[in-house]
Design a protein around this ligand. Structure first.
Ligand SMILES: *Cc1c(COP(=O)(O)O)cnc(C)c1O
Length: 466
């Protein structure tokens, strides 16, 4: 870092604090906390305005699956912007990028997906899900089927419908949410609810909450169940293996639509095009965003399964829904190029068969560290909890007092060590790195994490906080 960079950084930080209202931020603190300014990305690394390099263990925000700085995506975007920067897909018009991307998505998705509805983001995708699901049942002559069942601690975005489907009380409090007809059951978190049970027993129990809720509401009133195959922003919660097959059985039994929010799990993150393929389930709708373009340009959408598409095509009636940027041509070409990279570099097979298992082996071994109570994950997702005392099982671990801010201390040590992880309440740290990581990259990341854990542990010992 040189002095000039430092002064320039401070000026930018002050300008940012003065005018920029950040997402998910407390504005009373905006003049106390300075933001890190990221200026460059290449491969799995980003650099800040003072020249410090970080290994991006969060892939931006769960999205830069093919890594930073892909010139071929930039070239495709440049070419498209020059050729046709925008046109809408309303009023019986279309354009080649939307046609090609729809065909490609149908091609890579399970056989029963033959249609796609485009949006600009994951939240808009889930808003589309709510309207599509209710439109479907109305067209089927069962308009009373209104209720959508979701889960506590789910994350489905930040629009009114997205936040309603999500299960975060902090979001529901603001804006009078959830919307009518959206209800929540418990999440399949073994750490939270599995004490005294095997993961398999707990998975069945957590799925049974869906059946209980359906019976309580009356199956004839229930439209759909929605879930992330693996909860992402809620803390990388991998359900026990028994969970999803039982959810599928229950949805089938009561003829309830199953929606997989694949905004994080899609496009290779857990070693398949879609996370639902790993769990062997057959959703009627798939929400996608993030990894579809690796974040190079915003784009999202919903894959619409035959059960719904066929009914809507047969029964007719206008679907009064859509966005100016539904199928934005520049987003579509970015997605097409991103998908070509995933295919040509066989990144999804790598994650399933090679680098994913390697990352899991190394990441889960962090649980041997005296500060780490548990470390789990799947594919290129991982989460671990820092604990004061390790018990005989994960359910006997004793956490730190929240006021000690141990997670924050550790996260700052990680940044010092050169790696970005995300911090959750309960001193839980998450990773979701670019899918391009090699074994050597994974070793580097794990060694950075380990040195940050060691430093945190030493400080805690010195300060008698353990
Ligand atoms: C990020 C996310 C969303 C919201 O996507 P946006 O593009 O931020 O609107 C929805 N669902 C899941 C599972 C997500 O991780």
């Amino acid at each position: 870092m040189n002095a000039n960079d430092h002064i320039k950084t401070q000026q930018l930080q002050n300008a940012d604090a003065a005018r920029h209202l950040h997402p998910f931020a407390d504005y009373s603190k905006k003049n106390e906390q300075t933001s890190r300014i990221i200026v460059k990305g290449e491969g799995i690394y980003v650099w800040d305005s003072e020249g410090k390099r970080f290994l991006d263990g969060m892939a931006g925000l769960w999205c830069t699956n093919v890594g930073y700085g892909r010139k071929r995506i930039a070239d495709a975007v440049h070419q498209q912007m020059t050729q046709l920067c925008f046109y809408n897909t309303f009023f019986q018009t279309t354009h080649v990028p939307a046609i090609e991307l729809a065909a490609k998505l149908v091609d890579i998705s399970p056989d029963h997906f033959n249609h796609v509805f485009f949006t600009g983001s994951g939240s808009e995708g889930n808003d589309t899900v709510v309207r599509l699901v209710r439109h479907y049942w109305e067209r089927k002559g069962q308009a009373q089927r209104q209720v959508i069942i979701s889960r506590l601690n789910a994350y489905h975005g930040s629009t009114m419908a997205g936040a309603s489907l999500g299960g975060w009380p902090s979001m529901h409090k603001q804006g009078g949410l959830p919307l009518p007809g959206i209800v929540h059951i418990g999440q399949p978190s073994y750490l939270e609810g599995g004490k005294g049970k095997t993961p398999e027993e707990f998975g069945l129990e957590a799925a049974s909450w869906l059946e209980q809720k359906i019976l309580e509401l009356g199956a004839e009133n229930v439209a759909a169940f929605i879930g992330e195959p693996v909860q992402g922003a809620g803390g990388v919660i991998v359900p026990p293996s028994t969970y999803w097959p039982e959810i599928q059985r229950i949805c089938d039994k009561y003829e309830i639509l199953l929606v997989a929010d694949e905004v994080i799990c899609g496009f290779g993150r857990i070693g398949h095009w879609f996370g639902s393929q790993h769990f062997g389930i057959k959703p009627d709708l798939i929400t996608f965003a993030k990894g579809v373009t690796s974040g190079y340009i915003p784009l999202g959408g919903v894959l619409v399964g035959d059960r719904i598409a066929t009914t809507l095509i047969e029964k007719g009636g206008e679907f009064n829904h859509g966005f100016t940027y539904s199928g934005h041509p520049v987003g579509c070409v970015a997605a097409l190029e991103n998908i070509r990279i995933l295919e040509e570099e066989e990144l999804i097979d790598q994650v399933r068969l090679n680098t994913g298992p390697y990352l899991q082996k190394k990441f889960q071994a962090l649980a041997d560290h005296p500060l780490v109570g548990n470390a789990e994950g799947i594919g290129f997702l991982g989460g671990m909890n820092l604990v004061r005392h390790k018990g005989a099982t994960v359910h006997d671990n004793i956490p730190f007092d929240a006021s000690q801010n141990v997670g924050m201390m550790c996260r700052l040590n990680m940044l010092d060590a050169g790696v970005i992880m995300r911090l959750m309440p309960g001193d839980r740290l998450l990773t979701s790195p670019p899918l391009t990581m090699t074994h050597a990259d994974i070793d580097e990341m794990i060694s950075m994490i380990t040195s940050a854990l060691d430093k945190t542990f030493d400080t805690l010992k010195q300060q008698k906080m353990l």
